[in-house]
Design a protein around this ligand. Sequence first.
Ligand code: ARG
Length: 600
Amino acid sequence: MKNVETKITEAVKAIAEELYGQQVPEGMVQLQQTRPEFEGQITLVVFPFTKMSHKAPDATAREIGERLKEKMPEVISGWSVVKGFLNLSISSQSWISLLRDIYENPKFGFLPVRDDSPLVMIEYSSPNTNKPLHLGHVRNNLLGWALAQVMEANGNRVVKTNIVNDRGIHICKSMLAWLKWGNGETPDSSGKKGDHLIGDYYVAFDKHYREEVKELVEKQGMDEEQAKQEAPLIKEAHEMLVRWEQNDPEVRALWRKMNEWVYAGFDETYKALGVSFDKIYYESETYLEGKEKVEEGLAKGFFYRREDGSVWADLTGEGLDEKLLLRSDGTSVYMTQDIGTAKLRFQDFPIDKMIYVVGNEQNYHFQVLSILLDKLGFKWGKDLVHFSYGMVELPNGKMKSREGTVVDADDLIATMIKDAKELSADKVNKLEGITDEEAQEIARIVGLGALKYFILKVDARKNMLFNPEESIDFNGNTGPFIQYTYARIRSILRKWNSTIALSDTDAVKVELADKEISLIQKLQGFETAVRQAGQDYNPSCIANYCYELVKEYNQFYHDFSVLGEEDEAKRQVRLMLSAAVGQVVRNGMGLLGIEVPERM
Ligand code: ARG
């Protein structure tokens, strides 16, 4: 109702000037949404005008109301005064014209992105290459993707990025185990996804390593800490890392080969989740850049070197502690890598805002990183956003992997799709002429919709339990419930199978019911929900908005006929309303990375 609100504001100003002979200052006209227990939709706060009118609030309200109705009869269909508030009923025509605007604008609620729009870089996913993605990564990827869509819908240029931790002791452990016990196994020879294959060798390393430690403790009486360092396997892994750092061709070749397997596996998972990146960075390419940046900071006196040669940042002035940036042997730490990555990213893109989607166990790391980047002259460093999210777990005993620690992302996705298929078997089979492929595709959309919506509707900062059964329930605040409503709308429109057309002369004849008006208001609220989600970096706003909209549509659908309505103009309005709800639901769910099916 923005244009209606502007019109009313203008009219109220003119009326006050005409009645009281005074200029109305900016901000004096305050419009609110009318409280649901009163008639009307827009309320004027009258108190400020009593200073001009020298009359009681109610009398002032009445004279403004009367004049307003005279002045704009096509907009104001009625008014009433409640305790000094002027409640205005907006005409059906104005609501219908708003509905038409929404219906005719496929990008309703989205701000345009221009070449000079702010550039927001969003980093998410950021896995290590020694094991497959797990449930925590699923939450990360879904949040990162949704946040990217939300930021773009708010008129930002968005670059989605990923920093893959492809180097270090963890990947050497997998490599070593593969050399020792792998017998040349490959993803092809074993039929395993590459990331799972490497993950299995990481687990194998750990198993043998623990055995070695145990033996050193039990047979040689070593203390545990010492045994962990002295175990031949870990020594060998460290030697391998040194050879990697020295660019040993054999080690590098093996490292490249095994990482390629992992990337092929990750790509499959990303594809299944429906996420992608504009630019991927690798730690192996950024960690040396970090070293240079730290040397630079050292030269400028931001950092200091200790006697053993290690480099530190003293953040005690900022209320934090002292932070190691380079070890005494000159090797980098996690923080150094992040500084290097920041440098490369800023070389590649004119970043205005940087958002890191990383779990809340790294809150401190990003607090420190922000200060360091700021010191080093990154203009976006100080205000970097650590989009910090909580843990996600499954109810006890569900889908734990072999080691019993994490829930594998691929297994989870497959299970969701299978459950969707079983659950909807009755419904889907009833769909006329449905092919196996179509049924499978619907199961994929619904299974993933259930998973994504359940995770995204929750405030990201909170720890959560992912409950597969609850998530896939067709009733309640779930993805499938929303998807089902969408499919129902599509089915109505297919049955109509004709254009939706409402002439202005027909439109003026239609009197809307309260529920129809409130549904149009709800539709309009999409714009607010998208703005809010962008301001607060909060995709759950969109999820909850979609749920509210769909609930309200279902009530409307329950109370009114759409196709069965005999008055043609009314029928057209209801079709338009249904189509607009469908479109907003599809766009809203789209922001969350959730697809909607044509039928289900
Ligand atoms: N790879 C890291 C981990 O698994 C997360 C990286 C987060 N991003 C960053 N820029 N530090 O813990």
